[in-house]
Design a protein around this ligand. Structure first.
Ligand code: PEP
Ligand code: MG
Length: 622
């Protein structure tokens, strides 16, 4: 450490004994310096800064042309292969992370794996090499950037609140692009394993995959100069539970390696060289944060009940069997939506009845008596399946408006063999535990009747084959994802055994705003009064007919929206597993009467801004 009269003292001169004044000056702590950033992960931590400096990003000319496209394709294939291996290695590390983190990080790595597989991204990159004659690097840069910008609405600007999904998706494309570029240039990746225990990681920018490499038992907090509270790195850090402040501008210029740093992830504050008073305050914050984490952990075992006594059903949406062990960990009471698309998404051939039955049985068994709601495959729209295209069952992209074309139940009724196989597999697996079967994208009562006839026919056939099924088949229900289904809720609820509102699609069809298009992302508002009225209409219709109704779109996992949905009469929510503890904490503090009053006021609001401010004020007042 440099002192005022140490190494700088001219050689040969005797040091004078320090006076009281110089001692006082030496002993004086450096003035603390405060930087504001995005409050990204709650919690406070104190520790020595471990400064990690980013090696420069590869400098790519996005228009560079290649002499030999075949050679570029070979290089690209190698880089993809290396990237896949790296993602697999990251996946192997998952087991050592806290179980909460495994949910988020596991699904992110699965997204990366899919992007590196036979995806639209890979096809686009290859097309730019073969058709446009670009180098592999230029093709990767152009394609990932154009997909990212398409996600963000063609503008490289931070998206306003509510568009986190678009930002996240754009970040995923860019992250895969950076990884491919590094692998094309064989550049090394950063390692955090050598950082001292108890350190605060201070760096310019942290990529999501880097975040996955952080060991939360060694690193007490993270502060970065760039990034933001809604990007994927933020999601990872939240999953890891490491207090974090991102986008603290000026951080790198202010922090020395080893300097004491306080990170307050709740206030979005980084304090460099804190005074004793600040350290004492921060210690209080550290203790409070530890108590909060413990409390959230304890919640897992408690029922999802309102403070006024009404019982709610909080379930998980499952997209991949890999998430399965983590559902129990989240405290979810079963699976409210099992999206079976994973069986088809990366498959080259259609999965047969035996294979499907084995997978369903495994999932149902893992639920240990809690219900599993299996949705038959929802194909079409922005969802794409190689297997269905290869089998000639789904034409790839020849619809001008694929979301309005042959998707979901429409596709299955045109090709009943897929539906029959899936029904048979689910029914055979139903001996493993309680199951419900759900139909996607229903718009009319006749569609439901036709599917129900097939369901019963398959049941009879299985019985003839000697398969033991109960006296009645598992309940057959519908997703309410179209305005038509919501408006016709009364008629549908007479024939469907349960209903589940899918607000992701319901929002798209109600507001005529494509859920996958960044151009209209600002119009895609699940809390728009028009969507809320449809939710209310169909909920009341189901309750009149004594039919179970749940909600499983993304808003079901948003603690801000849940009080309103409770006030509209919903009691059953299915969400991404990691959202369950937070939603449970919210609902346990709610009284039904308050929720009902909130819903009453919200339903008089003419626009989404007023809805948002009412639910925010409600959340702040609790
Ligand atoms: C929905 O549309 O809200 C839904 C849950 O289905 P998916 O997101 O799979 O289309
Ligand atoms: Mg849907």
């Amino acid at each position: 450490m440099k002192t005022t009269d140490g190494p700088d003292t001219p050689a040969g001169r005797r040091r004078r004994p320090p006076t009281r004044r110089t001692l006082a000056r030496r002993a004086a702590p450096p003035a603390e310096y405060r930087l504001a950033g995005d409050a990204t992960v709650r919690g406070v931590a104190i520790g020595p800064a471990a400064l990690v400096v980013e090696s420069p990003a590869p400098d790519i000319d996005p228009t560079a042309r290649a002499a030999d496209p075949d050679h570029e394709l070979e290089r690209l294939a190698e880089a993809v292969e290396r990237s896949v291996r790296q993602v697999e290695r990251l996946r192997d590390r998952l087991a050592v992370l806290p179980e909460d983190s495994q949910i988020e990080i596991g699904s992110l790595l699965e997204v990366y794996r899919r992007m590196l597989g036979p995806s639209r991204l890979q096809r686009g990159i290859r097309r730019r090499v073969t058709q446009d004659g670009l180098t592999a690097e230029a093709a990767v840069r152009q394609e990932t950037e154009s997909l990212a910008l398409a996600m963000l609405g063609g503008k490289d600007v931070p998206a306003p609140d509510g568009e986190d999904a678009a930002q996240r998706r754009a970040g995923e494309f860019r992250e895969i692009g950076r990884r491919l570029l590094r692998n094309l240039g064989r550049m090394p990746f950063r390692s955090f394993s050598a950082l001292p225990e108890g350190a605060v990681l201070v760096t310019e920018q942290l990529r999501p995959a880097d975040a996955a490499l952080i060991d939360p038992s060694r690193i007490v907090a993270v502060a970065t100069e760039e990034g933001g509270a809604t990007d994927h790195t933020a999601i990872m850090l939240r999953a890891l539970g490491i207090p974090a402040v991102l986008a603290a501008h000026g951080l790198m210029a202010r922090v020395r390696d080893g300097a004491t740093v306080v990170v307050d992830g709740s206030a979005g504050l980084v304090v460099v060289d804190p005074t004793e008073d600040t350290v004492a305050l921060a210690r209080g914050g550290v203790a409070e944060h530890a108590r909060e984490r413990q409390a959230l952990g304890r919640l897992r075992r408690l029922p999802g009940r309102l403070s006024s006594g009404e019982k709610l059903h909080l379930q998980a949406n499952l997209e991949l069997p890999a998430e399965l062990p983590l559902i129990a960990q989240s405290g979810a009471a079963g699976i409210g939506l099992l999206r079976t698309e994973f069986l088809f998404i990366n498959a080259e051939i259609m999965p047969d009845e035996d294979r499907q039955a084995a997978i369903y049985a495994e999932i149902i068994t893992a639920m240990a008596g809690d219900t599993t709601t299996i949705r038959v495959v929802d194909w079409g729209g922005e969802k794409h399946s190689e297997a269905l295209v290869r089998a000639g069952l789904s034409r790839d992209g020849d619809n001008i408006n694929p979301a309005l074309g042959v998707r979901g139940l429409r596709l299955l009724l045109r090709h009943p063999a897929i539906l029959e196989t899936q029904f048979a597999a689910i029914l055979r697996a139903s001996s493993a535990g309680p199951v419900r079967v759900m139909l996607p994208m229903v718009t009319t009562v006749p569609e439901l009747r036709e599917a129900r006839d097939i369901y019963h026919r398959v049941g009879r056939r299985l019985r003839r084959r000697g398969v033991k099924l109960g006296d009645s088949l598992p309940p057959l229900g519908i997703m309410v994802e179209t305005p038509a289904a919501a408006i016709m809720g009364d008629a549908l609820a007479q024939e469907a055994e349960f209903l589940a509102i899918g607000t992701n699609d319901l929002t798209m069809y109600t507001l005529a705003a494509d859920r996958a298009s960044a151009d209209v992302a600002a119009l895609y508002q699940p809390l728009h009064p028009a969507v809320l009225r449809l939710i209310q209409t169909v909920t009341e219709a189901a309750l009149r007919q004594y039919r179970p109704i749940s909600i499983c779109g993304e808003i079901a996992g948003d603690p801000r929206a849940v009080p309103l949905l409770v006030g509209l009469g919903l009691r059953s929510f299915s969400m991404t597993a990691s959202a369950v503890p937070r939603v449970k904490r919210t609902v346990r503090a709610l009284s039904f009467e308050d929720c009902r009053r909130l819903a009453h006021r919200v339903m008089e609001s003419p626009d989404v801004a007023e809805v948002t401010s009412l639910i925010d004020a409600f959340a702040a007042g609790r």
